[in-house]
Structure formats: C-alpha cells, structure tokens
Design a protein around this ligand. Sequence first.
Ligand code: NAP
Ligand code: GLV
Length: 311
Amino acid sequence: MRCVLVSKSLDLRGYLGPQFIRAADRIEIISHPHEGPATDVRLAVAWHPPDDAFERYPNLQAVCSIGAGVDNILACPSLRPDVDVIRVVDPAQAQMMSGFVAWHVIGHQRRFATYQAQQREQRWQRLGLRRAQDVPVGILGFGEIGRRVAADLALLGFPVMAWSRTAKPAPQGVRGFHGAAGLDAMLGQTEVLVNLLPLTPETKGILNRKTFARMYRGGYLIQVGRGEHLVEADLLAALEDGQLAGAALDVFAAEPLAPRHPFWRHPRIVVTPHDACEVSVEAIGATFRATAEAIRAGRRPPHSIDRERGY
Ligand code: NAP
Ligand code: GLV
C-alpha cells in the first residue's frame, strides 16, 4: 500500500520524522506532489491540503488528520464524499488543553492581568479574592477534549457546565446541556465561556454578539476551537462595552495573525499562536497504523468522523 503526505502549510515528512516513516509497516510513504503512478495510493496523512490535492488519487480510501480537528481536510474541494476522514484521539493532548484552559480560568478568577499591569506601575494594591465556586464556567463542546477540561475544572472547584449536540452523561460536578435551548440555559449562567467545538457549518460564527450578551456581564472568553467560530468585530464590541472583561485567543480565522491585527495590542486580549496543545507524533503514528490495518481488513477505520455531521 502507498500513503501520500499532503500539506500546503507543513513539511509533513519533517514533522512526523524518520521514526514514523520506519514504523509504517509495509507502507510506502510518498510526498505530494510527486511524479509517477498514483492509483495504488489508498491512504493519506493531511493537514491543510491544497484544493486539488486529492484529484490525483482515484483509489484513496482514508485521510488521517494530524490533529483532533478535521475541518481543514473537509474543506478541501477535491476530497470525495466516500473517503473516510480520521481524527486523532490523544488523551495527553486533552490533558495539555486542560492545563491551558485552567490557567486562563484561574487567571480571570485571580485577576492576573490586573496584577501584571499593577506591577508595571509598581503599585501595591490588593484586589480581593474570589472563590472558584463563585466563577461558573460554560464549555461549548463536550467531546474528547471538552470532557477532560470539564472534569478537571470541576476538581478545581469551579461550577462547570458543558454543552453538546446530543445529551451526554456528565462526570461528577459537571452539568450537561444540549441543543439550542440547552445553549441558552447554559449561557445565562456562564461567566467564563470556553470554546471547544469542532468547526462545522452549524458552529461557524457561534461566538457572536448574541452569545456574549447572554453571559454574565464582565465575563471572559477562552477561544481554543477554531478561528472561524468567532465574529471578531463582536468580540471587540463586547470588550469595549464591558460585557466581556477579557479574552484568551489561541486560534484565528487567518493564521498567523496579521501583523496589524487589533487583537495583538488589545489590553484585554491574550494571544497565543495556536499552541494550546498538540497531539504527539506517537498518537498520530498509532492512528495511522490502525487506519492502515482497517483498510487491509476491509473495516471502517477507528475514529472516522461522520462526514454528514462534519466532526
Ligand atoms: P470531539 O470529540 O469531536 O467533540 C466535539 C463536541 O462538540 C461534542 O461534544 C459534540 O456534541 C459537540 N458539538 C459539535 N457540533 C455541535 C453543535 N452543532 N451543537 C452543540 N454541540 C456540538 O472534538 P474534540 O476532540 O473534543 O475537539 C474539539 C475541537 O477543539 C477540535 O475540533 C478543534 O477544532 C479544537 N482543538 C483545538 C486545539 C488547539 O490547539 N487550539 C487543539 C485540539 C482541538 P456531541 O457529543 O453531541 O457529538
Ligand atoms: C489542533 O488544533 C488540533 O486540531 O489538534
């Protein structure tokens, strides 16, 4: 079997490294674009594939992402509807994301940004302490990563709510919500909003003026989903009028963030370069091998996403 590496934004061969290539048992790994026959390519590993990439591979059966998200693969116009798309599930990634989110939730609760500003002015002023139990957190997305984030924040003492498309059993200390009515109910009790949704036609633009208006006044946004979830002008307006006290943004509609983008210098926005967490190359390798094995056995690969739902 042949597998093609396809990306316009990353040198996938360098990123995955020689160990990945060596461990690809009985699979020849080639890089796109390449010369020669492409009919025996049945598998691809992709991240931001060029628009016409998959036109060359008529017998392609599965495309593995190198992350939890698959939106950049599904957006590729040359991807046939019958090709399986596989995401990575990596508990270590969820743990890393959980630490990142906890850092921002606690930063808001304990007013770290104000203390940093006070230090720059050499001002000694206590601001008062708030208990975790007085800072309700709402999480959009209750999947592989959202569940871990929710459970860990609940252990830290925050009242945690989590929203999904379908009803889900919730771990101890977490209240589950689902559907449109569930979103409305959760937002009405939310001070810190964490976005951990996949990007789909239904979730695009979900972080908007109406969403922010439903939250507690002086709330905080932690945006770790995808840039296109956020209506940027609505965030700036909500910060301006005080509906939101601040925002931590890790993902952006255009990455890297443009040099003159207003988010860079906004005093109440923290920018990180899509670096909240990552999947390990080992987890990508395990996903890849399980996919190849399933193709050989004529089975649907594990962690294949639902092409209809888009995640
Ligand atoms: P996942 O396991 O697929 O979970 C997705 C969750 O979102 C599920 O609970 C799902 O509901 C819910 N959902 C999807 N569409 C919905 C809708 N229309 N209404 C309500 N809920 C909806 O995904 P994951 O592994 O947790 O990852 C989530 C996303 O995080 C990724 O797709 C990616 O965009 C982002 N991410 C970002 C980074 C970063 O570095 N910033 C890293 C990893 C992931 P159901 O449970 O009912 O299906
Ligand atoms: C990162 O953004 C991922 O989807 O894993």
